[in-house]
Design a protein around this ligand. Structure first.
Ligand code: BES
Ligand code: MN
Ligand code: ZN
Length: 496
């Protein structure tokens, strides 16, 4: 169960469990110093050879008549080196160290630095700890009927001078956290439950936050001539959907910014069937669409002052008597024809129509699509960076910067006319695969043929959305990658 986070200015923690922060010299703020009046804490620190290194913890068991049941010292290391992400990690670490404690009092303070400017811990840092505590406690356990950790309510009370400022900031950040966890839920959900129709239904719940949501069904997409997308959907009994989510946080008739997500609810490869080993991971082939949905939740929850469109293209890629074949030629909504040489290169087909439709209908300031598009991006970048492909240097810079701030990192990859040639086809305007090499780049070149002159970026999140490294703020298979990154991009550059 997710902890409740609150902020309080009180500097005397209740009896119970207290967390103190210590820097790399084992120095603590005023509350820590007060608790150590009799030297008990210093003695324990010394006995345990605790050094106050980042993320290291020392739990002190207190005598029966002590004012507190438990004292946890958490090292933060060199204070001036702490980045935003480190505060998230600290929050996750603190909560995990005290997972069985119903109320945790975190004394968010550190000793004043040499310059005496000294703000122990800022409001933003308090909020980051709270967000980290929530994200780190997320578990996908809704299908476990046995052995589920007993649902006990937990409160993390963060005590700080800046409590009232932190409270104000928290409202927005809690919504961003919920957006991340919504994306994780969607990616973790199995494909027998999360069909295109069910996904669209969940996206429609964003209406509760003030978004408008239009759902296109197969008939609507047929009349729009989205034959590239529909070709992929043909093999499945689960009919495709496209959800168009709009958040109008700006009164002006400002052009919107647009985010488009690949939502292949399961990717068998189709007739070009994937091998059996690991195929279960392809329930996560809608990680792009999940991030867009989570992002729209985040922006609406924090009432972002921006006009934003989110489009998610939802299909299932199955082999079937009616599935499309290698060699088939389809006409995309843009009018360009595509020779299908591998039915497993389906994400780009789905996105081709979604991007074209988005551009034509909304004339957005920019389009950013997210997609678990290629296995090749895992070969290139592993799971530390998403691949960034773009026709716009400014947008790329903004994404890289937001990536470093949120630790949802991107790495720019090339797009050039030479790579573009690799997808020219003898029989149609293009083919849907480029050949053995540069697979992530030729996929990017393919998408670029559907965006016109609109500033555009493609994030290949095949390595970052799922099978994620376990960190202080994520203990789940699905990371929710992209939500914090794009929320930050909007906050930094696109709000009035
Ligand atoms: N959904 C996959 C890409 C993928 C692979 C995502 C591993 C997450 C983890 C995509 O649809 C796909 O099958 N791509 C093919 C492209 C190839 C046929 C050109 C690939 O990467 O092998
Ligand atoms: Mn595929
Ligand atoms: Zn796929």
């Amino acid at each position: 169960m997710l902890p409740t986070i609150n902020f309080t200015a009180a500097n005397t923690p209740a009896k119970g469990c207290v967390v103190l922060l210590a820097n790399g010299d084992n120095e603590m703020g005023a509350a820590g110093q007060a608790l150590d009046a009799s030297g008990g804490i210093s003695a324990a620190i010394k006995a345990a050879k605790f050094k106050g290194g980042f993320g290291k913890t020392l739990e002190i068991l207190t005598p029966k008549d002590s004012a507190h049941d438990r004292i946890l010292i958490v090292g933060v290391g060199a204070v001036d080196k702490l980045k935003e992400y480190d505060w998230l990690r600290l929050g996750g670490r603190i909560r995990a160290s005290l997972a069985d404690v119903s109320k945790i009092d975190v004394m968010a303070e550190l000793p004043a630095g040499d310059d005496d400017k000294a703000p122990g811990v800022t409001a933003q840092q308090c909020v980051d700890m709270g967000l980290g505590a929530r994200l780190g406690s997320y578990r996908f356990d809704r299908y476990k009927t046995k052995g589920k950790s007993k649902k006990k309510a937990q409160t993390v009370a963060i005590h700080a001078k800046s409590a009232s400022a932190a409270k104000k900031l928290w409202d927005g950040h809690e919504g961003v956290g919920d957006g991340v966890m919504l994306a994780r839920d969607l990616v973790n959900e199995p494909a027998n439950i999360l069909t295109p129709k069910e996904f669209a239904k969940r996206a429609a719940q964003l209406k509760k936050l003030g978004c408008s949501v239009d759902i296109l069904d197969e008939k609507d997409m047929k009349s729009l001539k989205m034959e590239a997308l529909l070709g992929v959907a043909r093999g499945s009994r689960n009919a495709p959907r496209m959800a168009i989510i709009q958040w109008k946080g700006c009164k002006s008739k400002d052009k919107p910014v647009a985010f488009i997500g690949k939502g292949v609810t399961f990717d068998t490869g189709g007739i070009s069937l994937k091998p059996a080993g690991g195929m279960e991971d392809m329930k996560g082939d809608m990680g792009g669409a999940a991030a867009v949905t989570g992002l729209m939740h985040a922006l609406a929850a924090r009432k972002a002052k921006a006009n934003v469109v989110g489009i998610i293209a939802l299909v299932e890629n199955m082999p079937d008597g009616d599935a499309q074949r290698p060699g088939d030629i389809v006409k995309s909504m843009s009018g360009q024809t595509i020779e299908i040489l591998n039915t497993d290169a389906e994400g780009r087909l789905v996105l081709a129509d979604a991007l074209y439709h988005c551009n034509k209908k909304f004339k957005p300031k920019f389009m950013i699509n997210l997609a678990t598009l290629t296995g090749a991006i895992l070969v290139a970048l592993g799971n530390q960076h998403a691949g960034l492909f773009s026709n716009d240097d400014d947008l790329s810079e903004q994404l890289s910067e937001a990536g470093l701030e949120t630790n949802e990192k991107v790495w720019r990859m090339p797009l050039t006319p030479e790579y573009d040639k690799m997808i020219d086809s003898k029989n149609a305007d293009m083919k849907n695969i480029g050949g053995r090499f540069a697979g992530s780049i030729t996929a990017g070149q393919f998408l670029q043929r559907f965006v016109g002159d609109t500033p555009w970026a493609h994030l290949d999140v095949a390595g970052t959305a799922m099978s994620s490294p376990q960190t202080e703020i994520n203990k789940s298979w699905a990371s929710g990658y992209g939500v914090r990154l794009l929320d930050r991009l909007v906050a930094n550059h696109y709000e009035s």
